[in-house]
Design a protein around this ligand. Structure first.
Ligand code: LMR
Length: 348
């Protein structure tokens, strides 16, 4: 981990110094493909911001095992979990520059690339269940959105599931009004900022890696995330209350640098695509059970009081958050919002 850290510091400095050329040249990334020709393994550095012990972390390791085995060692995959290489926003920049070859950022973070439509996934109470998210992601709406990454030099390889977010805070959160006046961390998404505004809270955008310290020091009062992230980042240890609102959805896009991808020998690309399909199934199977287990562990830790709203209380949350859709007209295509609402929660 220490060596990862020092590589990480060097790379961050390179990114700050700017210039794709500096980064590509110094790190020999475009050389990674050439290296295959010289019989050295092609290196895929896969960076992400959550613990290795989450569904995403484990799926990244599963992809590594499959990719290395299927290519008979012609590909080597290095997985860097927990922001050891890059934090949220830096990792997207690093991928575009070719300083890493794979990421799995949350969909909320993709609007930083200038595609506000990705924030459609952040709309409150969008998906009835995990299956609804998956059919949207794998269907035409999801695939069309991935295509929008191509002109930016990125290639979307898959969607990986996570699950429903809950709120935590340093006071009881039962009704929407309980969040009023609190400073709450959200991911970098205007839609999530808007969600907090309509609830009367103050949104604070920060990388996941900084949330624990901010909650501990009182700079933040609360946050929203899935139970696996809350548990693995130990956020429940610095919060007094958790409310199982399931008000929003967290999922990921696995991305690669398009130039890197297109320069891969065809047989290698085929093996990597197959490995990604299997890793995707693996990630999606793990996600729901892991979140269920993480919530049980959080409750059993005795560190927070867990509150589960009843259906009539959830109706209050839905009503309170209903205005968010209309506020996003400036950055999400309203037709996409309507199509996603139809697809995400079709009438039972
Ligand atoms: C967050 O920043 O809270 C999440 O996007 C982290 C993740 O990748 O699950």
């Amino acid at each position: 981990m220490t060596s990862h850290r020092s590589q990480f510091d060097t790379r961050r400095q390179l990114l700050k110094a700017g210039g794709a050329a500096a980064c590509l040249g110094t790190l020999g990334v475009s050389g990674a493909v050439g290296a295959a020709a010289r019989n050295r393994p092609i290196l895929i550095e896969f960076s992400h911001v959550v613990s290795a012990d989450t569904a995403k972390g484990r799926a990244a390791l599963y992809f590594k095992a499959l990719a290395e085995e299927r290519t008979g060692g012609r590909v080597r995959v290095e997985v860097y979990p927990d922001s050891t290489l890059y934090k949220d926003r830096e990792e997207l920049e690093a991928l575009r520059m070719g300083a890493v070859q794979m990421l799995a950022p949350s969909l909320s973070k993709l609007s930083a690339l200038g595609i506000g439509d990705f924030e459609v996934f952040d709309l409150p109470f969008l998906f009835r269940d995990q299956a609804a998210f998956r059919s949207v992601a794998e269907g035409e709406l999801g695939q069309r959105l991935l295509q929008r990454l191509v002109p930016l030099g990125l290639q979307g390889l898959a969607y990986w599931d996570n699950g429903f977010k809950v709120f935590t805070a340093n006071r009881p959160i039962q009704a929407p009004a309980d969040l009023r006046g609190l400073k709450v961390r959200v991911q970098a998404s205007r839609t999530l900022v808007e969600q907090m505004r309509v609830l009367g809270a103050q949104a604070s955008v920060s990388p996941l890696a900084d949330v624990f310290e901010s909650l501990k020091s009182g700079r933040l009062d609360g946050q929203e995330n899935v139970p696996t992230n809350i548990h693995s980042q130990r956020l429940h240890e610095v919060q007094s209350h958790l409310s199982v609102t399931r008000h929003g959805y967290l999922a990921y896009a696995v991305l690669t640098n398009r130039q890197f991808w297109e320069r891969l020998p065809l047989d290698i690309r085929g093996h990597l695509q197959a490995a990604m399909r299997e890793a995707t199934r693996f990630a999606n199977q793990l996600a729901q059970a892991d979140n269920h287990q993480a919530l049980q562990r959080i409750a059993a830790s005795g560190k927070v009081t867990v509150f589960t709203p009843q259906p009539q209380q959830l109706r209050q949350w839905r009503e309170a958050l209903a205005p968010v859709d209309a506020s996003t007209r400036g950055w999400i295509d309203p037709q996409l919002v309507a199509a996603m609402r139809r697809a995400g929660a079709p009438p039972l």
